[in-house]
Design a protein around this ligand. Structure first.
Ligand code: 0WD
Ligand code: CA
Length: 432
């Protein structure tokens, strides 16, 4: 077992995680007449010892694009602090926000290992689907921030009298970070990420690509139904409280959600993000969140070596990235046949996934995912220096390309609502 992957979440004290740093920033101009730092920075493949501190000194001119090539990110696993749950919220059947855990559900292990859940049941008559044409952007997270500002004003922030009002560098959805982690291995779907700096914090919110919009508007009936299957599996395995049982006869409403809000650090980037959590361990003795949380998945049953290999190379990458980020330790997967009948249920421990995929040729590496994400965040910090809610830097990536960006003011891309900007500029209300 690779020890580094055992200690994912633990701060690494021994060697500087910036050792062995190879820059993948790329300028669109010649590296002529640059200072010492630039010279090192842009020599491809050159290793150097970067001093600790900000990765982009103010003297360094902003770079124009960021390479996504895997080999640039094959270095030591970066520091990723154990994610801490700083709060949570719920969205009800009408998508209303509540600053509590009313939507948290409890995992109930299926009676048999071969449970025979029919995931098609209820699709026609007991399904309320969220309108995915409505773009909520970061609104729910922003609501949570306003309701919980005192919890964010950490001792650390107060002591350092940081100019950064929230005490974090990045605010985003976990799903956006998942996309960043998997980018070096993604060959099909690009992304657009809008970034705005306010009070020293960078807010990152996804913009739907034109291709994604077309896919969404042209889904087949079969695809629409299959999207329901995952939610139906949740209903078969989750109860509303620790003492009750699942109710497969109820309505599936995908407006409902329970989201955890976690704080962590990736190298020098202090992150605050939220992610939807399917359920928790119902044992009251279970470890505290996020360690008691369980991610639920469904996937086509694996019948051939080729299918197993593809599952390891593509699906486990996404599953690992999504749960690793918030520190969710387990995934329970329901394997189904083509008719939507679950034929087996298996548990995956996140900490064991890198071991599971080791013998796969051409496989993904956790360190590449994390180093790319880290470098993307450094890239964004170096470019988005204006602190203005009206400004958006739109970072754009398509498979086989580099990450590039464009700049907008008062455009369709502005995403921080007035109610948030007004409140966040007020002095932080005294704690009661
Ligand atoms: O409007 C949008 N485009 C977005 C909405 C973008 C990002 C997030 N969201 C909302 C989702 O509606 C959901 O409430 O944020 C919450 C989830 O955020 P996340 O955890 O950062 O997203 P992700 O990790 O991609 O998805 C987690 C789960 C999914 O589980 P699976 O096992 O399929 O990965 O959130 C659900 C889904 O169950 N989910 C959604 N539910 C309704 N509408 C959506 C969506 N658009 N996206 C993910
Ligand atoms: Ca899930």
């Amino acid at each position: 077992m690779d020890q580094r992957h055992h200690s994912h979440h633990r701060p690494q004290h021994s060697n500087n995680h910036h050792d062995n740093y190879q820059s993948s920033f790329k300028r669109d101009m010649d590296d002529s007449g640059g200072g010492n730092f630039q010279h090192k920075r842009f020599r491809p493949g050159h290793k150097h010892h970067q001093p600790t501190g900000p990765s982009t000194p103010p003297s360094s001119p902003p770079t124009q694009s960021l390479s996504v090539q895997r080999q640039l990110y094959e270095r030591d696993f970066p520091l990723y602090k154990q994610p801490v749950e700083v709060g949570h919220f719920s969205l009800d059947s009408e998508r209303r926000f509540f600053n509590d855990a009313r939507q948290l559900r409890y995992y109930v292990e299926p009676e048999k290992s071969c449970p025979n859940f029919n995931l098609r049941d209820g699709y026609r008559g007991r399904f309320v689907k969220r309108d995915d044409g409505v773009k909520e952007k970061l609104d729910h997270i922003l609501r949570w921030i306003l309701a919980n500002r005192s919890k964010l004003q950490s001792k650390e922030t107060a002591a350092s009298s940081s100019p950064c009002a929230l005490g974090v560098d990045i605010v985003t959805w976990r799903g956006h970070l998942t996309k960043l982690l998997t980018t070096p291995y993604e060959t099909r779907e690009g992304w657009l990420l809008a970034v705005t700096r306010v009070g020293g914090t960078l807010y990152i919110s996804e913009v739907e690509t034109e291709a994604a919009r077309q896919d969404r508007e042209n889904r087949t009936e079969r695809h629409e139904e299959m999207m329901y299957w995952g939610y139906k599996f949740e209903q078969y395995t989750c109860a509303d409280d620790a003492r009750s049982l699942p109710d497969p006869g109820g309505v599936v409403n995908t407006n409902e959600a329970f989201c955890t809000v976690v704080q962590t650090r990736l190298a020098e980037h202090r992150l605050l993000f939220s992610g939807e959590v399917d359920c928790r361990d119902k044992d009251p003795q279970a470890p505290s969140p996020p360690a008691c949380y369980i991610e639920l998945k469904t996937s086509l049953e694996i019948s051939t070596p080729k299918q197993r290999s593809n599952f390891h190379r593509f699906k486990l990458l996404k599953w690992w990235a999504q749960s690793f980020l918030p520190g969710v330790p387990r995934i329970v997967a329901g394997f189904r046949d083509h008719d939507g009948v679950v034929v087996s249920v298996e548990t995956y421990h996140i900490s064991k996934i890198s071991q599971l995929i080791k013998n796969e040729t051409n496989c993904w590496k956790p360190t590449v995912c994390m180093n790319f994400c880290c470098e993307f965040l450094s890239f964004v910090k170096s470019i988005v220096t204006e602190d203005n809610p009206r400004d958006v830097h739109l970072f754009s990536w398509e498979p086989h390309r580099e990450v590039t960006y464009s700049i907008y003011r008062d455009s369709q891309y502005s995403f921080l609502p007035d109610w948030y900007i007004r409140e966040i500029h007020h002095p932080h209300p005294p704690q009661t």
